[in-house]
Design a protein around this ligand. Structure first.
Ligand SMILES: Cc1cc2nc3c(=O)[nH]c(=O)nc-3n(C[C@H](O)[C@H](O)[C@H](O)COP(=O)(O)O)c2cc1C
Length: 215
């Protein structure tokens, strides 16, 4: 097996065991501007690639944005779509302005953004729509597993992350703005950086509520 990049010596690494990493990771929405080392970005993507996937197809691709201009272009393009959608929901102008500003700030503040795209090209093809839909669902499930690996590795390396679903609501806009191939289906945007403050944690439901049945 190749050398594991978690052995990277990055200042601020969290030398925690798995349960501590799982519990410690949290969504961070305010980041410091300090840049993220390139090796750390590569290490989190490498961790994502070790996630399980249907047929081992690894149906995900990653787009890394650290250039402030590219981030601004993406933030502006997504904001335009979101503004229209919020107005359609009947939200008032003040609320819309606040929500857009918050989202823009998050995208611009984070020193690195990782756009996670679904990539269906290597999946099996079926003649019936039911099995094809199941195949796509499996790919999306594995995209979630890949993102969780990425988030945990980032946390292990002393970084913090936030998961933004915005690209899912305007995949065409994201693709056009970044000039991406039509094979890439934007699903999630991960902000990567160093927390500016420790966020409040959301409590978890007790096990008794989560386990629907145990015979
Ligand atoms: C598929 C998915 C989409 C999410 N989208 C957003 C989002 O758009 N904005 C956001 O602030 N958080 C988003 N989150 C993060 C959740 O709000 C967060 O994980 C949850 O509140 C639990 O908090 P924790 O991550 O700190 O444990 C998303 C999480 C998932 C799994």
């Amino acid at each position: 097996m190749e050398a594991c990049p978690s052995a990277l010596l990055i200042p601020g690494e969290r030398r925690l065991d798995l349960p501590e990493l799982i519990r410690g990771r949290r969504s961070v929405r305010r980041m410091r501007p300090d840049p993220v080392p390139r090796e750390a970005i590569e290490a989190v993507i490498e961790a994502a690639a070790w996630a399980p996937s249907p047929h081992g197809a690894q149906p995900w691709r990653f787009v890394v944005l650290t250039n402030p201009e590219r981030k601004r272009e993406l933030a502006d393009a997504m904001a335009e779509t979101w503004e229209r959608q919020l107005a359609l929901d009947g939200q008032d102008a003040d609320t819309i302005a606040k929500r857009l500003a918050g989202s823009q700030r998050r995208l611009l503040e984070a020193p690195a953004l990782i756009l996670v795209c679904l990539y269906l090209v290597d999946l099996d093809r079926y003649p019936d729509p039911e099995r094809q839909a199941a195949e796509t669902t499996m790919a999306i499930q594995s995209l979630g597993a890949a993102v969780q690996n990425l988030l945990l590795m980032a946390y292990r390396l002393g970084l913090d992350t936030g998961w933004m679903c915005a690209p899912l609501f305007c995949p065409e806009v994201v693709r056009e703005t970044l000039g991406l191939s039509p094979d890439l289906i934007p699903h999630a945007l991960i902000t990567l950086g160093y927390a500016a403050a420790d966020p409040n944690r959301r409590p978890r439901r007790p096990l008794g509520e989560l386990i629907a049945r145990w015979d």
